[in-house]
Design a protein around this ligand. Structure first.
Ligand code: HEC
Ligand code: HEC
Length: 318
């Protein structure tokens, strides 16, 4: 048996710490029990609150999901219900003209959508679930790829890339879209009349003349091409033709464009480049004639003259 230093000093075991641990008895057990009880009593309300919060979030999420499912049925409900009032002819006609010029490149003239570009609006639950003011506000805002409702990763540009559209224009476009969605409401519309391209502004003419190095005939072509580019191509390729993210490519710096002569480039623009084409790099389609079938070869050659003038400016600036 070994004796510890303490035991030797005190000549006995009294008051010396034991070298083997013994369980505490009596008061010790009661204190531990009380501590556990308090711990439980304190944590109960916290756990309860936590549980209630989790439940509330869950119930909230459930009701959001239910409301969303409800919206997804909006188009089915629309076509199942009795039609609402017939739309005003003048507004539907104006809306159609604007829709063809500003929306059809991506959504097709009948609103059924171009593959890989704009969605089908005729069957859209989104369109059916928004009232007129909400829909006009949506068109004005657009939907970037980062928006949670965006399913295509292709942007819907604000106003379809047509800044010039006014509030009245947007509300007439909404009228026309209502008719596309529910043809029972669409009044008989007169045959569409071809809209002449806007005449170039004085500023555009002056820029064209400078770009043409004073050649008046070439300047006329470039100025005309400028207006067509602004109304048909800029929605996807940007106002400066330098491209838009997830839409049309940069044409100013395009080696593809530079590698083709005007006739080959004309043939390309008339054909477009489907997402299934092996040469397509963006998985977004370039529609034939930029989605504007009304454009003639001369119109497109003028657009090409305009794009060439932008390319020339860039290479001269280097
Ligand atoms: C450059 C192509 C482009 C143009 C031009 C364009 N859109 Fe779109 N639009 C899109 C794309 C792409 C989407 C779908 C984005 C997504 O949610 O994935 C879309 C979505 C929409 C939606 C929502 C549909 C839904 O079911 O979620 C509406 C409404 C709409 N566009 C209306 C218009 C109108 C009206 C115009 C003309 C003023 C227009 N768009 C012009 C590309 C375009
Ligand atoms: C609805 C959108 C849209 C419109 C409108 C549009 N484009 Fe495009 N364009 C594209 C997309 C997308 C591409 C790229 C396709 C790919 O991935 O190769 C493209 C590619 C091109 C290219 C080839 C560029 C390269 O470097 O490969 C040319 C040239 C071109 N577009 C010219 C035009 C012209 C001219 C117009 C107007 C008449 C026009 N586009 C209108 C979407 C559009």
């Amino acid at each position: 048996m070994t004796t510890t230093a303490c035991e030797r000093r005190t000549e006995g075991k009294a008051g010396c710490p034991s070298d083997s641990w013994k369980p505490e008895t009596g008061d010790g057990v009661r204190e531990a029990g009380l501590a556990a009880l308090y711990a439980v009593l304190f944590s109960l309300p916290i756990l309860g609150l936590g549980g209630w919060l989790v439940h509330r979030d869950y119930a909230h999420a459930q009701s959001i999901r239910a409301a969303f499912r409800e919206q997804l049925q909006a188009h089915d409900r629309l076509v199942a219900a009795a039609p609402r009032e017939t739309l005003a002819v003048d507004r539907a006609v104006h809306g159609r003209t604007l829709f063809e010029a500003s929306c059809a490149a991506c959504h097709k003239a009948d609103g059924t959508g171009v593959d890989g570009l704009g969605k089908n609006l005729t069957m859209s639950w989104f369109v059916a679930s928004r009232d007129d003011a909400e829909l006009a506000a949506f068109i004005s805002r657009g939907r970037p790829p980062a928006d949670p409702l965006n399913t295509t990763r292709v942007p819907m540009p604000p106003k379809g890339g047509h800044d010039e559209l006014t509030d009245t224009d947007l509300s007439d476009i909404v009228t026309f879209v209502r008719g596309l969605q529910d043809p029972r409401r669409m009044p008989a519309l007169p045959a569409p009349v071809a809209v002449a391209a806007a005449a170039p502004t004085e500023a555009q003419k002056a820029e064209a003349l400078a770009a043409a190095g004073g050649d008046a005939e070439l300047a006329g072509f470039i100025a005309h091409g400028t207006t067509i580019f602004a109304s048909t191509c800029s929605a996807c390729h940007g106002k400066d033709a330098k491209g838009l993210p997830n839409l049309g490519k940069d044409l100013v710096h395009s080696t593809f464009c530079k590698s083709l002569d005007d006739d080959a480039l004309l043939a390309f623009v008339k054909r477009g480049r489907d997402p299934s084409d092996p040469a397509n790099t963006t998985k977004v389609g370039m529609p034939p004639k930029g989605g504007n079938p009304a454009l003639s070869d001369d119109d497109l050659l003028d657009v090409i003259a305009y794009v060439r003038s932008l390319q020339k400016q860039v290479s001269e600036a280097k």
